[in-house]
Design a protein around this ligand. Structure first.
Ligand SMILES: [Mn+2]
Length: 331
């Protein structure tokens, strides 16, 4: 792991910095990128943030400088024109973009700042702490070390990121999380407004999405595994788009007693399923192991992967993988 000073030294040496919102971007991704963008300005460094695979999302618009993010893809970039790529909250190369494979040219140094345990440390410099609930928590540590002034704008971005990823209760949430929250709030940011924007900006379609997810639940392994699937056809027939899917019905399913492992399978593109896993018992059913075995990644309690095929095929693959990885489950 590299030190805050090593990271700052590389940033100071760089002239052209690129940052990316990861596919399926969230408040930790956007908020961390914007906070770092604003912090870099304080040390007279310009940086470019791109949406990459994402479209602008109105539930992120309240974050200061959101309009600075460019509606450009990773594939649009001339990577030879940058000398530093800072990958925030990006757990693996396919979290840079899913539209093509990612290779970094020699001129491009890479700094990885992340909190996903499965991160393979793909940077030239890496700061990865899986015991933090949000990338924003790591950034706050760096900003303190770098003597960055935590302005209300930076604080709003960091708080949104920290709250959204941790909800101040998810694994990794610790005393530092609350201390940082207190520090950010002391800048005078509007707590009600931030939380309202994060918790109350779902679409009506997202309620239909929950309805489908609850309706399509199937139980396996003496009901300990719940798989719910939403097919491409269902998504199409209800016009449910990516941004309608932020609401995470897998968390609602996981909240029920006995639903020890939950897999939510979304066929967002024909024959391509994005799968999201949750567990009630991370000691017995660390779902990052399941995700990793299927080419994805994430945390012990929340992880994901992609599976090629329709929802039926994905379900079969999942059942096999679950049986292999958690052999104490019986059919
Ligand atoms: Mn995160």
């Amino acid at each position: 792991m590299n030190t805050p000073q090593e990271i700052l030294d590389l940033i100071k040496k760089s002239n052209s910095i690129l940052m990316v919102c990861h596919p399926g971007t969230d408040h930790d991704s956007v908020g961390s990128n914007l906070a770092l963008h604003l912090a870099l300005k304080q040390i007279k460094k310009d940086s470019k943030i791109i949406f990459a695979d994402n479209s602008p999302n109105y539930s992120h618009e309240f974050m200061p400088s959101y309009d600075q993010i460019k509606e450009e893809t990773w594939q649009d970039q001339d990577l030879s024109s940058f000398d530093l790529f800072i990958a925030l909250d990006i757990a693996s190369l396919d979290q840079v973009t899913k539209r093509s494979s990612v290779e970094f040219p020699k001129n491009l140094k890479v700094i990885v700042i992340d909190h996903h345990r499965s991160n393979p440390s793909f940077g030239s410099l890496n700061l990865i702490d899986p015991d933090t609930p949000a990338t924003a928590q790591l950034l706050h540590r760096l900003f303190k070390e770098w003597n960055i002034e935590i302005t209300p704008d930076i604080a709003t971005c960091l708080f949104a990121a920290l709250y959204s990823d941790s909800k101040f209760k998810y694994p990794g949430t610790n005393s530092e999380t609350y201390q940082i929250a207190a520090d950010l709030l002391s800048t005078g940011i509007d707590l009600d407004d931030i939380i309202f924007h994060i918790d109350n900006f779902h679409t009506r379609k997202s309620l239909k999405y929950i309805e489908l997810a609850l309706k399509n639940q199937k139980h396996f392994f003496q009901d300990q595994l719940v798989i719910t699937t939403i097919s491409y056809k269902e998504l199409q027939s209800h016009s449910i788009k990516k941004h309608d899917q932020d609401i995470q019905p897998q968390n609602i399913i996981k909240s029920a007693l006995g639903n020890d492992i939950v897999a939510m399978v979304n066929e967002n593109e024909p024959e391509i399923c994005s799968c999201s896993f949750r567990t009630r018992d991370q000691k017995r059913y660390d779902v990052s192991l399941l995700a990793s075995a299927l080419g994805g990644g994430g945390h012990a309690t929340a992880a994901g992967c992609r599976i090629e095929g329709d929802t039926k095929k994905a379900t079969q693959i999942l059942i096999k993988a679950v049986q292999k990885i958690y052999p104490d489950l019986s059919l």
